[in-house]
Design a protein around this ligand. Structure first.
Ligand SMILES: C[S@@+](CC[C@H](N)C(=O)[O-])C[C@H]1O[C@@H](n2cnc3c(N)ncnc32)[C@H](O)[C@@H]1O
Length: 225
């Protein structure tokens, strides 16, 4: 799906199937409750940035959960891919969400750094395994400059059994989208917990909730309990 010449119909269906896959494998509700909710301010507008938001389903969920919890919050999802950006904008409009509160921008993290933007919480999902060593170091450095309080990069943890289970569970989707093929490639490219611990910067901590997930977490020095 990363190829510029990929089939537009299969790509559209892939974005449409991401919410289903993310709901089962990504565990963002637990991450929101345990880490993000306690880090959001109650006395002013809070801000969340989702780097590499793709079709924007996790961005939308973070906005919904924070709003339902009574936070005055502004959420931004960025992705340099025009097709992902277009899908995310359309989905939020279809859901009737105010674009001044949930905004999607076609941009890379470095562009927001250049503009000096800051957010209370910065997150990403399934971005790390996409990046080469130089880009990876860049995204970690960008994240520290963009996050005021907390940053969380969540990604697949590579295990052989993940290939088996994901391969079987997504068999029915095989011909309808890129989910199965790209998902298996993503699992193969992803990090073990040890590998991720070796590539994060010193102030980051790697946690492995469940069998198939790595979280790289950073607290701004002044925000530490
Ligand atoms: C596998 S997709 C993940 C999409 C979405 N987060 C999800 O979980 O469904 C990875 C995305 O990261 C984006 N990306 C890669 N490097 C980035 C950067 N430096 N800043 C913002 N987005 C980036 C890519 O364009 C791609 O759409």
């Amino acid at each position: 799906m990363d190829r510029p010449d990929c089939d537009p119909l299969l790509l559209e269906r892939t974005y449409a199937q991401f919410p289903l896959v993310n709901r089962f494998v990504s565990g963002w509700r637990q991450v929101y409750v345990a880490l993000i909710r306690p880090a959001l301010p109650r006395n002013r507008t809070g801000t969340i940035l989702d780097i590499g938001c793709g079709g924007g389903d996790i961005t939308r969920n973070l906005f919904r959960w924070a709003t339902a919890d009574g936070f005055d919050v502004r959420v931004v999802g960025i992705d340099p891919d025009a097709r992902a950006h277009d899908y995310a904008v359309r989905s939020a409009a279809k859901a009737g969400i105010d674009p001044t509160l949930l905004e999607f921008r076609r941009a890379a993290s470095s562009e927001l750094v250049s503009r000096g933007e800051r957010f209370d919480v910065v997150v990403s999902n399934h971005v790390l395994h996409h990046l080469g060593p130089v880009e990876l170091a860049g995204v970690f450095a960008d994240t520290e400059r963009l996050a005021r309080t907390l940053a969380i990069h969540s990604d697949i943890r590579r295990r052989r059994s993940a290939l088996v289970f994901f391969g079987l569970a997504t068999l029915p989707l095989d011909r309808s989208s890129y989910i199965r093929r790209d998902g298996l490639t993503s699992i193969r490219r992803s990090f073990t917990a040890d590998e991720l611990s070796r590539v994060v910067r010193p102030e980051w901590h790697v946690y492995s909730p469940g069998l198939y997930r790595n979280l790289a977490v950073w607290h701004a020095p002044a925000a530490l309990p």
